[in-house]
Unconditional design. Structure first.
Length: 159
C-alpha cells in the first residue's frame, strides 16, 4: 500500500486500517515492507512506488491512499518499464476527474465529495445556530473498476 502519512491524519489512518481489515478477512497479510507512507504529492508517490518495486519480491498490486498517490505510482511504474495491470495493478481513492482519462484508466473508489461538502456546510451553519449536529455520517462509496487492475502476472504465463 502506498498510503498517506497517517500521523495526525485520521482519514489516512482509517484507509490503512480498512485495507488491513479487508486483507485480513481474506487471510492475506501485508508485510511491513509493503507499506509506504508519503505526503499526497506526485513526486513523493513516485518515490514510494520506487521503494515498493525495489523489494526482492515485488507486490503484484498497490492500493493507494488517494488518486494523487495512484497517479504518481502509475507514472513511476511506466518509468520503471512496468506494464499496468500486467505487471502490477493499481487502485486509487477519490475518483478524481483525471482518473478516467489516464492510460490505463485508473481503478478507484468513488467518494461523494460534493455531498460531503454540502453536509459539512449544513452542519457548520447548524452549529453556528447552536443546533445539535451529528458528529459522523456514513456515506456510500463505490469501487469503479477501470483498466489499471487485472490478475497478477505469473512466471508461467506468457507475456
Amino acid at each position: 500500500m502506498l498510503a498517506g502519512v497517517t500521523r495526525h491524519n485520521d482519514r489516512a489512518l482509517q484507509r490503512l486500517e480498512g485495507v488491513r481489515e479487508a486483507l485480513q478477512s481474506e487471510n492475506i497479510s501485508m508485510p511491513d515492507n509493503f507499506l509506504v507512507e508519503c505526503p499526497y504529492t506526485l513526486d513523493k508517490a513516485r518515490e514510494g512506488m520506487r521503494s515498493l518495486m525495489r523489494q526482492k519480491s515485488r507486490p503484484t498490486a498497490v492500493i493507494c491512499g488517494n488518486d494523487v498517490l495512484a497517479f504518481g505510482a502509475l507514472l513511476e511504474a511506466s518509468h520503471l518499464g512496468m506494464r499496468v495491470p500486467q505487471d502490477v495493478s493499481l487502485v486509487g481513492f477519490d475518483d478524481l476527474e483525471m482518473a478516467k482519462h489516464l492510460q490505463p484508466a485508473l481503478t478507484t473508489v468513488r467518494v461523494p465529495t460534493e455531498h460531503m461538502w454540502s453536509l459539512a456546510a449544513e452542519r457548520l451553519l447548524a452549529s453556528l445556530r447552536n443546533e445539535n449536529v451529528q458528529s459522523q455520517t456514513e456515506v456510500d462509496i463505490a469501487l469503479v473498476v477501470r483498466q489499471s487492475c487485472g490478475p497478477p502476472h505469473t512466471k508461467d504465463s506468457s507475456r
